[in-house]
Design a protein. Structure first.
Ligand SMILES: Cc1ncc(C[n+]2csc(CCOP(=O)(O)OP(=O)(O)O)c2C)c(N)n1
Ligand SMILES: [Mg+2]
Length: 338
């Protein structure tokens, strides 16, 4: 849906902006979070139907983090997403069709059907393609911020990092470099409590990963990552600070990976009680309640948005499912093999 279409649906009520977000902004955030959930649930069923192969990593529970943080960016800014951030790609301007073609490995997709993960970047919207090696993009995001500083382009970069990824050496090297060079980059830890089957208690000994920021002499802030408004507010502060030339920041979003590591994983190692506790903090439900309590959207209007999202997602996948995969010889072009 376009911004104009969404704005039309906003209930004309007295609304005091929260965290600098207008009523229209709040509805747009809802649109992107619900779009992400709907799109990803289709992927989950495609995987079960054998229509998708390989790893299918969903961001269920991470929507407020990736959507809320990315919503702070200007068009010129740089997004370095990770494997839970389909929502961030959408906010930055990636089309549903391109994303559907990519994830179904179609020839017309951004990687020509050579890959079906979130490894695509898009120069038009300043999104960097990630690689799977955890931690490798931390220095790449710092490098993009260094280029911005040298060119005086005013661009800020944000990069998402998993809790498990924060244990990798590259994390310390990258954050140290960013701080020493006073780079305009904001690192966001998506602390979703698990790295595959490893719980946080086996990952780090400190209370918060954000505490490490002080060792690099940058701000370290812990945020309730199930609350999109909080996520936006804190990230906005860090992005504006970085744009003023005051250097990097580390934000730790506390949230939960509500599904397995990938769709093959039942996550039966997560205690039932832990999952139930987080189910009560579903980021989309929290925003729905805000919208209702603030008088911004009636439930009926919100359901209209949901229906519209269903049809947009349906259309994108209908196109992608009909689109061809790359032909034999072309499928091997540009692909490294032993
Ligand atoms: C260097 C490296 N080691 C291991 C892996 C395999 N691997 C991929 S994702 C993942 C878990 C990452 O956990 P986290 O950083 O917390 O992100 P999450 O998946 O929980 O969002 C692992 C171990 C990898 N891709 N790269
Ligand atoms: Mg994790």
């Amino acid at each position: 849906m376009t911004q104009a279409e969404l704005s039309e649906l906003v209930k004309r009520s007295e609304f005091t902006p929260v965290a600098g977000l207008s009523a229209e902004d709040c509805v747009t955030l809802y649109y992107y979070m619900q779009l992400t959930r709907t799109f990803e649930m289709r992927l989950a069923s495609f995987y079960r139907q054998g229509k998708m192969v390989g790893g299918v990593y969903l961001g269920t529970g991470n929507e407020a983090t990736s959507v809320g943080a990315t919503y702070t960016l200007e068009d010129r800014d740089i997004l370095a997403p990770t494997h839970r951030d389909i929502g961030a790609h959408f906010v930055k301007g990636e089309s549903l069709r391109a994303m559907a073609l990519q994830l179904l490995g179609r020839a017309e997709g951004p990687t020509g059907g050579k890959d079906n993960g979130l490894h695509q970047g898009n120069k038009e919207i300043n999104t960097l393609g990630m690689i799977s090696h955890l931690g490798a993009m931390i220095s790449v995001a710092a490098g993009a911020a260094l280029a911005s500083k040298i060119k005086k382009s005013g661009q800020v970069a944000i990069h998402f990092i998993g809790d498990g990824t924060s244990s990798i050496g590259d994390f310390h090297e990258g954050l140290n470099f960013a701080s020493v060079m006073e780079l305009p980059v904001v690192y966001i830890i998506e602390n979703n409590q698990y790295a595959y089957s490893t719980p946080n208690s086996k990952q780090y000994a400190c209370d918060w990963i954000a505490q490490r920021a002080h060792g690099f002499d940058m701000p370290g802030i812990v945020v309730d990552g199930t609350d999109v408004v909080e996520m936006y507010r804190v990230t906005k502060w860090a992005v504006e600070r970085a744009r003023r030339g005051e250097g990097p920041a580390l934000i730790e979003s506390q949230t939960m990976r509500m599904r397995g590591h990938s769709e093959h994983d039942s996550a039966d190692y997560v205690p039932q009680k832990v999952m139930e506790k987080w189910e009560d903090k579903d980021p989309i439900d929290i925003l729905k309640n805000y919208l209702r309590d603030w008088g911004v959207l009636t439930d009926v209007t919100r359901e209209q948005i949901d229906e519209q999202i269903e049809s947009e997602v349906e259309k994108a996948f209908e196109y992608a499912l009909d689109a061809p995969v790359p032909e034999g010889p072309e499928a091997a072009n540009g692909v490294y093999a032993r």
